[in-house]
Ligand binder design. Structure first.
Ligand code: PMP
Length: 456
């Protein structure tokens, strides 16, 4: 399974049956198959095969949860061995957990390694966000939270309340009160959407002045929660000066700064955690997608040992002891170190960026290219208006799938094509995926030219 091969219409006949059955049996809220109508049979590395034998290159990577791709053989071998020994351990200490904990702590910068404790959360990112908010409230006695426009923190009630996406929230009355949204200070210079950037507004100044102003309407703030690269928000990278100022202000007002590394963490941005690139030490940070390397769930909150008032039982949950995820994560970190996967992230990131920049020169529908490491995104524009265009983005995604490339859309109105390959992806596989993308863009431009000619 090393080459793209799409031999049927998409969905192929067997996928079609599976999708039909799914639509009859499962919730009406299923999401990925609505846009990517395939049924998965197996995966290896950055390739997946559907039930009809079509092979795709997967640049969605389990929504970023497959840093080592699908079913990395060395990691899988550990999981199989562990499955016959112990699968579930609640939050008891076990050998698997100890190895996982040591491995994860070993990836923290040496200067701060001993200053953090790890809290094992329920198995999703959102649960770690809930834990972080709860801890910050317990520590400060505050009940309000500052979040940022474009941020995504999960789908549980508290995490959703902190999330910017208004359409996800509009039918959910009774959200967590006391959340204040401030503009996100990003490095973006794009004018193609309604997103403010750091050049248009000094976002950190707004936040600082609100905290200073006795009439700003803020109450007792328990936490500031921030993504350093907004993934779901559309691959917006936080500006360094913005982040430094937010961190400084948080410290000044003794408000715990929570960095959400659920998507940026475990190597995705080219360092193990994105905060290393910003020279800050979060009071709390959360991570989950990449912790096991191959998509087995575990979610972690790291918090400074100086934070108190977090007694036994403060944040529990049955599934905090997935031993299979633990052995997988420990092995994955061994592979990361041995194979210099972080170095690969930086090299492949460069490879993708320069290719996309060339495409940007050739195709007017390629807008801003953003992101860090292998958490990249491309704005898809309408060549007619120069504005981001949902319909064009959707057509590009659909056609890419039919030519064998799986990608996801994100950002406001799903107008950003997200590039999220496994972190150990080879130069050759990247080349294959980009060639597909180039073909799709070229076809789209030719179709537009033909439309225009016909209209004349
Ligand atoms: N925070 C961020 C930054 C995320 O990207 C996500 C998931 N996309 C979450 C939180 C929520 O994680 P989960 O879906 O595992 O609950």
């Amino acid at each position: 399974m090393k080459n793209i091969s799409v031999q049927t219409d998409i969905p192929g006949p067997r996928s079609q049956q599976a999708l039909l059955k799914q639509s009859q049996q499962e919730s009406t809220a299923i999401s990925y198959p609505k846009r990517l109508p395939i049924s998965l049979a197996k995966g290896l590395g950055c390739y997946v095969e559907d039930l009809d034998g079509n092979v795709f290159i997967d640049f969605l990577s389990g929504a970023g949860s497959l840093p080592l791709g699908h079913s990395h053989p060395e990691v899988v071998a550990q999981v199989i061995e562990q499955a016959g020994t112990l699968c579930m351990g609640l939050d008891f200490p076990t050998l698997a957990k100890e190895q996982f904990t040591d491995a994860h702590l070993s990836m923290l910068p040496a200067a701060v390694r001993d200053t953090y404790r790890m809290h094992f959360c329920g198995p999703t990112g959102a649960d770690a966000v809930e834990a972080a908010i709860k801890l910050a409230k317990a520590v400060t006695g505050g009940d309000e939270v500052i979040s940022f426009r474009g941020g995504y923190h999960g789908c549980t009630n508290g995490a959703l309340s902190l999330t910017g996406n208004r359409s996800m929230k509009k039918n959910v009355p009774g959200k967590m009160p006391g959340v204040h949204f401030f503009p996100y200070g990003s490095t973006s210079r794009s004018q193609a959407s309604s997103v403010l950037n750091q050049a248009q507004v000094d976002a950190a100044l707004l936040l600082e002045s609100a905290l200073e102003d006795v009439n700003s309407g803020l109450g007792n703030v328990a936490a500031i929660i921030l993504e350093l690269v907004q993934g779901e928000g559309g691959a917006y990278v936080a500006d360094k000066a913005f982040v430094e100022r937010v961190a400084r202000v948080a410290k000044k007002y003794a408000i715990p700064l929570i960095i959400d590394e659920i998507q940026t963490g475990c190597g995705r941005t080219g360092t193990w955690y994105a905060f290393e690139q910003y020279g800050i030490t979060p009071d709390i940070f959360v991570t989950s997608k990449g912790t096991s390397g191959i998509g087995l769930p575990s979610a972690l909150m790291f918090y400074q040992k100086s934070l108190k008032n977090w007694p036994s039982g403060s944040h529990i949950g049955t599934f905090r002891g997935n031993q299979l995820a633990f052995v997988a994560g420990a092995k994955a970190i061994e592979v990361f170190k041995r194979d210099d996967v972080l170095g690969n992230v930086r090299e492949r990131s460069q490879q993708i960026r320069s290719y996309l920049e060339n495409l940007q020169r050739d195709f007017t529908l390629v807008g801003e290219i953003r992101g860090l490491g292998l958490m990249l995104g491309v704005e898809i524009l309408s060549p007619r208006t120069g504005k981001v265009c949902e319909l064009t983005a959707s057509k590009i995604q659909q056609r890419a799938l039919r030519l064998g490339l799986i990608t996801e859309l994100g950002g406001r109105d799903d107008t950003v094509l997200r590039v999220l390959p496994p972190l150990n992806v080879s130069a050759q596989s990247v080349g294959q995926a980009l060639a597909v993308l180039e073909q799709v863009l070229a076809e789209h431009m030719h179709a537009l030219d033909a439309d225009e000619e016909a209209a004349q």
